[in-house]
Design a protein around this ligand. Structure first.
Ligand SMILES: [Zn+2]
Length: 202
């Protein structure tokens, strides 16, 4: 039995592909848009279209930038320390750490995490650009803020083994974060504690 007209069905399916949205929420969102004033859908469509078209990645740290901008605001900032570098999995993690207001160094976004099972090795994520950055000699401490998951831990260990011989201090976010909890979802206080209580990996 075909229950929904094709355009509604298509939107429900698109919503259902998003993380954290099940079929029920997907239908709710689609029906909400059907009922809401036209502007709501038009603005949403415009925002979606511009999301990819008007953004890019910082050529140094791989954080999100406006399209056409070579470096992100954090890389450009002269008020932040070049001596301390926080390594995260995804651009959203930068946002989470920035929200704590407790960090004044720079970042490097790996754009993923090592996962041999999924065929993701060092070449598939931004590890070599990180090592190249570190060779410049300005960074004195690297804080590894990968998620407390099996892949996050393996990535942290891999990085520590590559970075420590360069004479750079390597630390890892304190274990205040619950295992399996992504950094992007950690509350500000927990994240701030994990940051200030970071532990040396040596
Ligand atoms: Zn940047």
């Amino acid at each position: 039995m075909k229950t929904l007209p094709a355009p509604v069905e298509a939107l429900v399916e698109s919503f259902a592909r998003l993380p954290g949205i099940g079929p029920k929420s997907a239908s709710r969102l689609a029906f909400y848009l059907l009922k809401a004033p036209d502007e709501v859908s038009i603005e949403l469509a415009k925002a979606l279209e511009e999301l990819k078209a008007n953004t890019g990645h910082c050529s140094r740290c791989f954080n999100i930038t406006l399209a056409g901008e070579e470096l992100c605001d954090i890389c450009l900032s002269e008020n932040r320390s070049e001596a301390i570098l926080c390594v995260v999995e995804e651009p959203m993690d930068v946002l989470a750490i920035e929200r704590t207001g407790a960090y004044q160094g720079k970042y490097h976004v790996l754009m993923g995490v090592l996962s041999p099972i999924d065929g993701i090795g060092p070449d598939q994520i931004k590890i070599f650009p990180l090592l190249e950055r570190l060779k410049l000699g300005e960074v004195k401490e690297v804080i590894i803020a990968t998620n407390p998951s099996m892949e996050g831990d393996a990535t942290a260990l891999y990085l520590q083994q590559r970075i420590a011989p360069m004479g750079i201090k390597v630390s890892r976010l304190a274990r205040g974060l619950p295992v399996g909890a992504d950094i992007e979802y950690a509350d500000q206080n927990t994240l701030q504690r994990a940051l200030s209580g970071r532990q040396s990996m040596d």
